[in-house]
Design a protein. Structure first.
Length: 138
């Protein structure tokens, strides 16, 4: 299931990068394990190990404690990402909090052409299950 975030809030570690994110997609999936037995009329499957990805597009900013510095300091490590799909950071049934550990294994610190904004489009592998809660703090 893909969860598309509109007016979302995004935090990597303890740094809120929402004001630089232009697009975010959190995708949840699981391995399909076949459990078809003799005599079954069709193939049957169950969910196996979970996996996911967090795709972010953002405006590069090299200021201290901002998006590029945050990701650069976390390169090749696992950090916690938090996402809220709606506007604001109040957690509720209609604005759930998604928490997941992601592996920061790729960066594109320099991107763009003359006269263009410097942007990055990155995909991070989830290193934990994606947890959705309707209570808690941002």
């Amino acid at each position: 299931m893909a969860i598309f975030l509109n007016a979302a809030s995004v935090k990597i570690g303890t740094v809120d990068i929402t004001d630089h994110v232009t697009s975010a997609t959190l995708t949840q999936s699981a391995d399909e394990l076949e459990v078809t037995a003799l005599g079954d009329g069709s193939r049957k499957y169950v969910a196996g190990l979970q996996t996911g990805t967090l795709d972010l597009e953002f405006l590069n900013d090299f200021a201290a404690a901002n998006v590029c510095a945050t990701l650069q300091s976390a390169i090749y490590t696992t950090v916690v990402a938090k996402l809220v799909p709606g506007p604001g950071t109040t957690i509720s049934a209609t604005n759930p909090l998604y928490t997941v550990s992601i592996l920061i294994n790729n960066l594109t610190p320099i991107a763009g052409a003359a006269g263009e904004m410097s942007t990055s489009s990155l995909s991070f592998t989830c290193n934990s299950t994606i947890v959705q809660t309707t209570t808690g703090t941002w």
